[in-house]
Design a protein around this ligand. Structure first.
Ligand code: PMV
Length: 333
């Protein structure tokens, strides 16, 4: 077992969403997804041997609540079973951004945890194996192992792992408009299950999203930003439509969400290439080209005085360091 290991991972925002599980325990998705790993709001996670004989988890500066501790504890048991053993650990993890607010904190969180714990346990996992392990913590975490664009396909436990995708010069950016950074009331996991159980549009969503992913991959391969943005916005709204038709409804939108969607449409009418995407929370992420991101953010700030707006560009894959700061990552960028 290795000494202290620290991992830093960044959240990713899906352009084509994951919303539906084929297998609950293995976290196999019903559809493939495509995302951009960001350069803001990293999670930093340190793992070392526990001195108390039990797993100890410090989350954002405090002892983890029971629910968080149970979820992380189950993941630690899985990692230890992969390693064929390993003692109790002390985990210290902190998100630089809001937690559980639809800003992808679980993607960076479980990517960092998978990387730090596996390194601590002496499992020298290749990036694909690390993506597979991270997926078990949170589906979207499979994509945050990699920087930039990442594709997470459907498949089996062995094959449903993310892979990096060349951006063909697209140089994407995401302008994040924070409507509300409080934790959401319905978790992604529960929301996905509820949608599958009671939304009449669930099957239509699965079929549509599969088509959307083909179109998005084609658009990336051609370096066609508008085709990618158009299908990404459509895909996010179709996902929310399927959730809203759930009984009882799952509505992550707030009034401010619709207001930002209006501004995005107005910007497009003014021939500015911007498209919106929204996850399991009210916040809107505006997809644009990196070269235009600062101007888009300035424009949105003038339309939404007082709103918290920040620019994110393509960020790196997960990095693991040892106690003395040496980079011991398996993932090369
Ligand atoms: O990985 P989870 O269980 O947090 O689910 C992520 C769900 C969405 O953010 C709404 C979509 C996605 O693909 O990231």
């Amino acid at each position: 077992m290795a000494d202290l290991r620290t991992a830093v991972a960044y959240p990713n925002i899906a352009l084509i969403k994951y919303w539906g599980k084929e297998d609950l325990e293995l976290n196999l998705p019903a559809t493939g997804s495509l995302s951009l790993t960001l350069d803001v709001f990293p999670t930093t996670t340190t793992v070392q041997a526990s001195e108390t004989g039990r797993d100890e988890i410090v989350f954002n500066g405090d002892r983890a609540d029971d629910r968080t501790a149970a979820r992380i504890g189950a993941f630690l048991d899985l990692a230890r079973s992969h390693a064929g053993g390993g003692g109790p650990v002390q985990i210290t993890t902190a998100n630089a951004g809001p937690t559980g607010a639809g800003l992808a904190s679980s993607s960076s969180g479980f990517a960092a945890l998978a990387a730090a714990v596996s390194a601590h346990l002496g499992l020298s996992l290749r990036p694909q194996a690390l993506s597979r392990l991270a997926r078990r913590g949170s589906g979207s975490a499979s994509r945050s192992i990699f920087g930039g664009l990442a594709l997470w396909p459907t498949g089996t436990d062995e094959t449903s792992v993310a892979q990096p995708v060349d951006d063909h010069g697209l140089e994407l950016a995401i302008v994040i408009v924070l409507i509300d950074d409080r934790a959401k009331s319905t978790s992604s996991r529960d929301g996905m299950q509820e949608t599958r159980r009671s939304s009449p549009y669930h099957h239509a969503w699965i079929e549509q999203s599969t088509r959307d992913l083909h179109r998005a991959r084609d658009a990336v391969a051609r370096g066609d930003f508008d085709a990618l943005g158009e299908v990404a916005e459509h895909n996010a709204l179709a996902m929310h439509a399927s959730m809203m038709a759930t009984r009882p409804p799952i509505i992550y939108f707030r009034p401010g969400t619709l207001e930002v969607l209006d501004h995005v449409r107005d910007l497009r009418r003014a021939n500015i290439s911007v498209y919106a995407t929204i996850d399991a929370g009210p916040n809107v992420k505006v997809i644009c080209r990196a070269a235009q991101a600062d101007a888009v953010a300035a424009d949105l700030r003038s339309r939404l005085p007082g709103a918290r707006i920040l620019v994110a560009r393509a960020g790196p894959g997960v990095v693991v360091t040892s106690r003395d700061g040496t980079d011991v990552s398996q993932v090369r960028r």
